[in-house]
Ligand binder design. Structure first.
Ligand SMILES: [Zn+2]
Ligand SMILES: [Zn+2]
Length: 278
């Protein structure tokens, strides 16, 4: 076991976590399969969490009030339809792509030292800002070109009121683009492996949260000031009026390019805001 000198430790509290992961799960972390397994697992955990909330919402008005459209419960039929495509995409595309990676790519080297907390935070922010810009461009082009829209993006818009499983209800081309940036962005920005994994997990979580249809006090868009983070209310509007709000997470590109529009809050949050204003 590598002794941790005091200086390294004081530079990065993440060292303890990184040492634990490296010493106990090195083989797993170095495997080219690891990113795919992390993404798929995180996706199912996040979706199961919101599915559970959807179930609770149907019997508990106190939870339902935090939904953007409390009057429209999530229908089982819609969930099953979305699940069918999710499984199809995973079996026919994600699984073979993962096996191919595992076969062709050599195991990745792991760094000895962990990033500092500041490096970690700045790199995650960098990855999110970059991904947000890439998806904004992709998304804008796929709405502007009728051919691209019809062939690659229309499927995601079959649902005008999103819920968690709509997140990856998308064409293989869109899934590939998103998967490609998630993998490449941390490499482009020279991020630590730990940061790369954390970005992947964070990105999956926020993409599911964007489609969840929930607007909680602790949702990022209610914590980050100046409406800089659009979150679920903003993406909900995109599904209802598709020529607005192309940006997946932030709002700056939609503001700068004039593609932003008003969004709805959940009744609970609207009431809270009214109360705060009084
Ligand atoms: Zn969407
Ligand atoms: Zn769209």
């Amino acid at each position: 076991k590598v002794a941790l000198d005091e200086e390294t430790w004081s530079n990065s509290p993440l060292q303890l976590l990184w040492d634990y992961l490296r010493h106990n799960h090195e083989e797993v972390l170095r495997s080219p399969l690891c990113p795919v397994v992390i993404s798929v697992t995180m996706y199912f955990i996040a979706c199961l969490f919101y599915t559970l909330l959807d179930g609770l919402s149907s019997v508990m008005p106190a939870v339902n009030r935090y939904r953007i459209h409390p009057e429209q419960p999530v229908k089982l039929k819609s969930v099953l339809k979305a699940l069918m495509l999710t499984f199809y995409n995973h079996v026919v595309f994600v699984f073979p792509a993962a096996v191919a990676q595992w076969y062709w790519r050599p195991p990745l080297p792991l760094e000895d030292t962990a990033p500092t907390v500041l490096e970690f935070a700045m790199d995650i922010l960098g990855c999110i800002v970059l991904f947000d810009f890439q998806y904004y461009l992709w998304h804008w082009v796929h709405h502007k070109s009728k051919w691209l829209y019809a062939n690659f993006h229309a499927i995601h818009h079959e649902y005008s009121q999103p819920f968690c499983w709509v997140t990856q209800y998308m064409s293989v081309w869109e899934l590939t683009s998103v998967g490609f940036w998630t993998t490449v962005d941390p490499v482009l920005l020279g991020c630590h492996s730990l940061t790369g994994f954390a970005f992947m997990i964070f990105n999956i979580w926020v993409s599911v949260d964007d489609h969840s249809g929930y607007d909680f006090p602790w949702s990022l868009h209610n914590l980050i000031p100046f409406n800089l983070w659009g979150g679920s209310p903003k993406h909900d509007t995109h599904h209802r009026s598709p020529n607005t709000n192309y940006e997946p997470y932030f709002s700056h590109w939609d503001w700068l390019c004039g593609t932003n529009s008003e969004y709805l809050a959940s009744p609970a949050m609207a009431e809270k805001r009214k109360g705060n204003k009084k």
